[in-house]
Structure formats: structure tokens, C-alpha cells
Design a protein. Structure first.
Length: 148
């Protein structure tokens, strides 16, 4: 019996897959738990249409992310922080959330979870932050920390 999976099912398939399972498995396990729907002709057509729409949306989102990363690449973000008396060490650190807020002020909407630092920014100077937006798309941002 052919079914369209509505949830991931271990050893069977992922959401949206069109799979062939035994009638008993479908009737006694998948259907009562709403993990699958019978693959009628109408549902298969609807599934294929939704799959095409999802592909178009994904391509559009990837193109938008690439455009955003191309604009962000090389942007410099400055912070004025109070430094400790003995050297270039600062009180606290510059976090990804603060970098995200500064980028937002410059007109770039970047989630803090997409910003990656090699190490915590705890000293004055210039540091690099990488913005990774999946599928190998990334951009470099300079983080400049100056004495307040």
C-alpha cells in the first residue's frame, strides 16, 4: 500500500516521502497515529505540487541569503568598552547578541545564532566573526573593540 508520510518514521522514511508499506502496518500503526495518509491520486498530485512550491521557496530564500551575505561581507562593527587598568583586557566580553544588534543598526538582519566567533572577544583590538547561514554560505565581519 502506498502512503505519504506526514511525520518521520524510523526505518521507513522522512516527512513527505511516498513509500510502499504493508496494509496492516499502515492501517494499525501509521493511520491511527496520524503519521501517514493513504496515497490517493489527488493526494499524490497535491503532494507533488506542494513539493514544487517548497523547492521554489527554498531557492528564493537561498538567493536572498546570498545577497545579504554579499552585502555584509567585510562590514566592520565597532564597540567602545571599558578596559581594565593593567592592559588591553576588557570588562566582560562582546557577545554574538551585541554583534547582531550592531548589524541591525546598520540595516542587516542577522540572528545571533548565525554569528560564530573563533574565541570570546575579551581584549581590545580587531577580531573576526563569521556569519554562517547554512549550505556553505558564509561571510566575514570585522569586530573592532576600542577603549571607551
Amino acid at each position: 500500500m502506498k502512503v505519504i508520510l506526514q511525520k518521520d518514521v524510523k526505518d521507513v522514511g522522512k516527512v513527505g516521502d511516498l513509500v510502499n508499506v504493508s496494509e496492516g502496518f499502515a492501517r494499525n500503526f501509521l493511520f491511527p497515529r496520524k503519521m501517514a495518509a493513504a496515497a490517493t491520486e489527488g493526494r499524490v498530485k497535491e503532494y507533488e505540487h506542494l513539493k514544487r512550491l517548497a523547492e521554489v521557496k527554498k531557492k528564493k530564500a537561498v538567493a536572498e541569503r546570498q545577497a545579504l551575505l554579499a552585502k555584509i561581507n567585510g562590514v566592520s562593527v565597532k564597540f567602545k568598552m571599558a578596559a581594565a587598568a593593567e592592559g588591553d583586557k576588557i570588562f566582560g566580553s562582546v557577545t554574538t547578541a551585541e554583534i547582531s544588534k550592531e548589524l541591525e543598526k546598520k540595516g542587516f538582519s542577522v540572528d545571533r545564532r548565525d554569528i560564530h566567533l573563533e574565541e570570546a572577544v575579551k581584549v581590545l583590538g580587531t577580531h573576526k566573526a563569521t556569519i554562517k547561514m547554512g549550505e556553505g554560505q558564509e561571510a566575514l565581519v570585522q569586530v573592532v573593540v576600542e577603549r571607551a
